[in-house]
Design a protein around this ligand. Structure first.
Ligand code: ADP
Ligand code: MG
Length: 271
């Protein structure tokens, strides 16, 4: 009642010329890809959380088969269900119902659902899958949720799940740290993508885990011009170490990182 009253008294109509036009949300699949250790998982999780906090239904698909990330994102007590991505890909046909059955929901925010391998599993835990299962998975996810964020593995040459997700995505964030190893990695992998039907226009270059002394010249030298810069944050590093990436970032040293995640979500999804 009080909220209603407050609103009716204080709500102001946007003023004519100064009003920012509200951007319509754009549904779709965003793949987060880049060099090993560049912060793909952190970034994918934080974008998915940003959308879910704004009451947008989002599925976070965790592609890492060698180090299942589900147990690293939040304590298992915060998750509803104990399903694995492996049981979806093991099916001859991946149906919408099968995907829905295996989604793991975050207890405190049911707008966020996650699909990933479980602790202790590896790609040999399940029967082999092929491109068709992944394609069906991506098609199914599009029907299930307006927003899909995919945390891809770096090594697409040997990882059909990440490779197909990358091809099927509507937008791609391509992460790299401002160092020679990242640059070398990308120049080794990008020819693989160019040889397949890969739409290079859909990708945004992102400088990731950037320390204050790297801002400016070092990023430019190593990576050229980038669309977004994700800065290093100690709070984030601590969340990662504690396996608590779905917690809020509230300290000052995370402010620039948070702001950039907001900018990315606005650019890619319009929300
Ligand atoms: N913005 C950042 N601030 C602090 N640490 C970061 C940031 N981005 C990445 N890291 C660190 O980099 C490491 C790898 O992150 P992760 O998300 O697992 O990368 P990837 O998925 O690309 O392998 C972690 O130790 C994490 O703490
Ligand atoms: Mg990762």
């Amino acid at each position: 009642m009080l909220n209603f009253k407050k609103k009716s008294i204080f709500t102001r109509q946007p003023a004519g010329d100064n009003a920012q036009p509200e951007q319509e949300p754009q549904s779709g699949i965003l793949a987060v890809w880049g060099s090993p250790g560049s912060g793909k998982t952190i970034t994918a999780v934080k974008i998915a959380k940003h959308l879910a906090d704004r009451k947008k239904n989002v599925v976070l698909l965790l592609c890492d088969m060698t180090a299942p990330m589900l147990p690293c994102i939040c304590p298992s007590s915060e998750l509803d269900g104990e399903h694995s991505l492996g049981s979806i890909l093991a099916a001859t046909h991946v149906t919408e119902a099968l995907i829905k059955h295996n989604l793991v929901t975050l207890k405190k925010n049911s707008f966020l659902t996650i699909l990933g391998m479980k602790k202790g599993e590896n790609e040999y835990t399940y029967p082999p899958y092929e491109q068709i299962q992944v394609q069906e998975l991506m098609d199914g996810l599009r029907k299930i949720a307006p927003f899909v964020v995919v945390d891809c593995g770096s090594y697409i040459a040997n990882d059909i799940l990440s490779a197909v997700a990358l091809m099927e995505a509507d937008s791609v964030l391509r992460l790299a740290c401002a160092d020679l190893k990242s640059v070398s990695y990308l120049s080794s992998q990008l020819p693989l993508l160019r040889d397949s039907k890969w739409d290079a226009d859909k990708q945004y270059k992102v400088a990731s885990n950037v320390k204050p002394h790297q801002v400016g010249e070092q990023i430019g030298q190593a990576l050229g011009s980038v669309a977004f810069t994700l800065t290093h944050s100690q709070e984030l590093e601590e969340q990662y170490l504690a396996g608590n990436l779905l917690a809020d970032l509230s300290l000052k040293d995370s402010r620039l990182f948070r702001r950039e995640i907001e900018k990315i979500a606005k650019e890619v999804f319009g929300c």
